[in-house]
Write a protein that binds this ligand. Structure first.
Ligand code: CTP
Ligand code: CA
Length: 232
C-alpha cells in the first residue's frame, strides 16, 4: 500500500460493496432465494481493506462470514438492499454491486405460514419486479457532482440472440454504470466455484484482457481498475 496520494490506491477511500443473495419472503418462514455464495463480495471487501479503504459491506445471505474490519449492514430482501445501498451512496467513492439481487419478489407476503388445504387448490405465487438497485445508484449519482465509480457484475451465457460479450455490452449501456465485470458462465462453470474468469468492460467501450484466478485475484483487478478511474 502506497501513500494516500498514490495513484491506484484506495487508501482512505470509501468503498461500498453489496454481496450475497437476497431472499424474498413468501411467508414468515419461507422465501425465494438464489445460489449466490457471497464469496466474490467477501473477496472484494478483503481486497478493499487491504488497499486501505473504509469498507461498507451491504450483506445479503452468504455462505461465508464477512472479513473483520468492515462496517456490515445486514439485509435480507432486494428492497432492504436498495435502501442500504442508497443510504451509503452519498459518502461512497466506489460502489461495487456484487450482490445477486432477486429480479422479482412475491407480490404479497402472507402474514401467517401458508398451509395446505384439502379442497385441491394449490397456491399461485404472483411475482412483481424489484427495483434495479444498480440503475438507481447510477441515477442518484448523476445528481452529485463528486466523482464516484460504480461497478456492476454480470454472469452471462450466449444464446441465439447474442454472445455473452454482446449481452454484457447491452447491459452496461442499460445500467449506465462505469464498469461491468463480465463472468461468462457455461455448463462447466458453476456458481460457488473458487476460481473464475472475468472481463472488465468500460462504459467508453474498452475492455480488459481476461482476468483469471481466485475471486481475490478478480477482486484486486476490479478495485485496481476502479482506483484508476477514480484518480483520472
Ligand atoms: N442488480 C441490481 N438490482 C437488481 C438486479 C441486478 O442492482 N434488481 C445489479 C447486480 O447486483 C449486478 C448487475 O445489476 O451488479 C447485473 O445484474 P443482472 O442480474 O445481470 O442484471 P439484470 O438487469 O437483472 O438483467 P437480467 O435480466 O439479465 O437478470
Ligand atoms: Ca437479474
Amino acid at each position: 500500500v502506497g501513500p494516500p496520494s498514490a495513484r491506484g490506491s484506495l487508501q482512505g477511500r470509501r468503498v461500498t460493496i453489496s454481496a450475497g443473495g437476497t431472499r424474498e419472503a413468501l411467508d414468515p418462514v419461507r422465501f425465494l432465494g438464489n445460489r449466490s455464495s457471497g464469496k466474490q463480495g467477501m473477496a472484494l471487501a478483503e481486497a478493499a481493506l487491504a488497499q486501505g479503504a473504509l469498507v461498507t459491506l451491504v450483506l445479503a445471505h452468504a455462505e461465508v462470514p464477512p472479513p473483520a474490519g468492515c462496517e456490515v449492514v445486514r439485509v435480507e430482501s432486494a428492497l432492504q438492499l436498495r435502501d442500504a445501498v442508497l443510504e451509503a451512496l452519498p459518502a461512497t467513492d466506489v460502489l461495487v454491486m456484487a450482490a445477486a439481487v432477486a429480479d422479482f419478489r412475491p407480490a404479497e407476503v402472507a402474514a401467517a405460514k401458508m398451509k395446505k388445504t384439502d379442497d385441491g387448490t394449490d397456491p399461485v405465487i404472483t411475482l412483481v419486479r424489484n427495483p434495479d438497485v444498480l440503475r438507481e445508484a447510477v441515477l442518484a449519482r448523476d445528481a452529485d457532482a463528486r466523482r464516484q465509480v460504480i461497478v456492476g457484475f454480470a454472469a452471462e451465457t450466449g444464446d441465439a440472440a447474442a454472445d455473452p460479450l454482446a449481452h454484457a455490452r447491452t447491459k452496461l449501456a442499460r445500467k449506465g454504470c462505469d464498469v461491468l465485470v463480465l463472468n461468462v458462465v457455461g455448463s462447466d462453470r458453476v456458481f460457488g466455484q473458487d476460481s473464475t474468469e472475468v472481463t472488465l468492460l468500460d462504459a467508453d467501450g474498452s475492455e480488459s484482457d481476461p482476468v483469471r484466478g481466485s475471486k481475490r485475484v478478480v477482486a484486486d483487478a476490479v478495485l485496481a481498475h476502479a482506483a484508476r478511474l477514480l484518480s483520472r
